[in-house]
Ligand binder design. Sequence first.
Ligand code: G1P
Ligand code: ZN
Length: 572
Amino acid sequence: MATVATEPFEGQKPGTSGLRKKAKEFRRPGYTENFVQSIFDAIGTADLTQSTLVVGGDGRYYMRDALRIIVQMAAANKVGRVVVGKNGILSTPAVSTLIRKRKSLGGIILTASHNPGGPDGDFGIKYNTGNGGPAPEGITKAIFEKTKSIKEYRICKEVQVRLLQKDWIMTLYTVKAEFDCIGEQTFLGGQFVLEIVDSITDYAALMKEIFDFDLLRTFLSGGKFRILVDAMNGVMGPYASRIFCEELGAPAESVIRNVPLEDFGGGHPDPNLTYAADLVAVLKKGEHDFGAAFDGDGDRNMILGRGGFFVNPSDSLAVIAAHNQSIPYFKQTGMKGMARSMPTSGAIDRVAKEDHFSLYEVPTGWKFFGNLMDAGKLSLCGEESFGTGSDHVREKDGLWAVLAWLTILATSKQSVEQVVNSHWTKYGRNFFTRYDYEGVESVGANEMMEKLRTIVANPADVIGKEFAGKDDNRRYTLSACDDFRYEDPIDKSITEKQGVRFIFSDGSRIVFRLSGTGTGGATIRLYIDSFESDPTRQMEDAQVALRPLIDIALEISQLQKHTGRTEPTVIT
Ligand code: G1P
Ligand code: ZN
C-alpha cells in the first residue's frame, strides 16, 4: 500500500459528461491517479469496506491502464469490492444497470463516448452515483475542487489485475476459453475482492423484463423483417450480437462492425448522418426495413427506416412517448412523466400535452434527469443528441431505444416512415436541425457567446423586433430571449448559463451553446426548432423549412465574423 506525493494538474474539470481529454493527457504520470483520488476524496471518508464500485468502459485506447490504476487505487482507498466487466468491457447503460442491481456505492465509466479513440484520440473518466446516473453538479464540483489541492494519492500495487491479456479486445468475444476469467479474486487477506462479470448478462436480463422478447423474436427471427445494426466498432458489438441475433433470432449479418476496437477502426463512433454515412448508404439500397447505429459506449442511437429514412432524435423520443403503452415496462410502471433537454425539439411537448403527461425541460446532459426519476416523476426522456432512455437505468440507452422502436413496429405493423408520418399527422411536426461547428478557436467562440449574452441581458431592446431570412418572406417576431437557467424541482439546485435562447411569437426557437464534451478548441452548437401544424407543409425538407431561421441565427450571432466558418462541420 503506498501513498504517493503529487501535485495538481490544471483543468481537471468534469464537463457535460465527466472528464474528457486527449488520451495523451491521461497518460501523463499521475494525471489519471490525481483525478481518481479526487473522486474518492470527494465522495467522502465514510467506511467504504462494505461498498461495491462498478468499473468498466468502451474498450478504447488507454482503458486497460486506467482500469488497472482504478482497481489498485480502489483497494488502497479501502473499497471492499470492485465489479468489472470481462476485460473491462461494459457499455454505459450496462454500468448503470450493474450499479443499481448490486446496490453499489457508484461506478466509474471509462469512455469519451462518441469522440474518436486511439493514441491521438480522446479518453474520459466519469463518476456515477449509487442511483446509477452521472454524478450531479454538486459532486462534480467537489471532485474538481479536490483536483486543485491534491497532495497525494493512494495506490496498492500488490493488487495485480489478471484480467488483461495481449490482444484482449480482438479475441474477447470470439475465443470462448477466455470466459474462465469470470469470477472473484481476493486480495489483502480478504479485505478486497475483484469480481469479473460477463459484460452482457445482467443488461440482457433487464431488457427481457422491459420488452416482450417473444413478440420481438417472432418479428425478427429468420430475417423476415430485415434489420441492420452498426456498432461502429464500439462497445455495442457484443451486446447487439447477443440480443438481436442470439436472443431474437436475427441473422448474424444483421450486426456490422461488431468487434470493439481501441481506435474504433479509425472512425468517429458517433451515430449521426455524417459519421454513420456508410450505414445510411446501405439502407438507401432499400434491402433493409430498419437500421440503427450506436456510439462508442452504447448510450446513443440513430434510427433509420427503409431507404435510409432518417428519424430525427427529437421525433424518435416523441414517437416512443406516443406509443409508450405498447412497451410492457411502461404498462406495468405507468407513465410518470416525460422530459427533454432544453435544445431538444418540442415534439414530445405535443404528446405530453395531448395525452396529459407532465413534461420537464432540463439543461443539456443526462445528469439532470436523475433527480426527477429518483423522485418518481419521470419515466421517459431524451435529448436531441441521439439520446433516448427511461427510468429503467439512469443513463441514456441506445439498445433500449432500438428495442422500443422494434416493439412499436411489431405492434403497429407499419414501416418506420409510416409511423413517423402518422405521428406528424396526429400531433403536428416540429422541424428541427442542429448545426455543429467543431474545433473552432476558443477566443472567437467565447466572444460570440458573450455578445449573444449581452443581447439577451437587455431583452427590452430586441423583444417585439421582426426578423426575416435572406430570401424568404416569412417574418418572425421575437417574443422572449434569455440564457437558460434551471432550478431542479427536487433539490432546488440552480444551474445557470445553459444556452442562449431566442423564442419567436410562433414558438420557433433558436438556441446557441458551447459544447461541454469536446477536447480541442471550442464546438458551437446551434439548434433550431419550429412547429408546423399545416399538413401540406409537414413533408418539406427540414433544411428548407428552417432556412429563414438559420439565416436569422447566423445574422444575430455574427457567427462567421467571430469564427471564420462559413459552413458547419455536422448538420443534423
Ligand atoms: C453532448 C450532447 C449532450 C449529451 C452529451 C453527452 O454534450 O449535446 O446532449 O448529453 O454530449 O453525450 P455537449 O458536447 O453538447 O456538451
Ligand atoms: Zn455515449
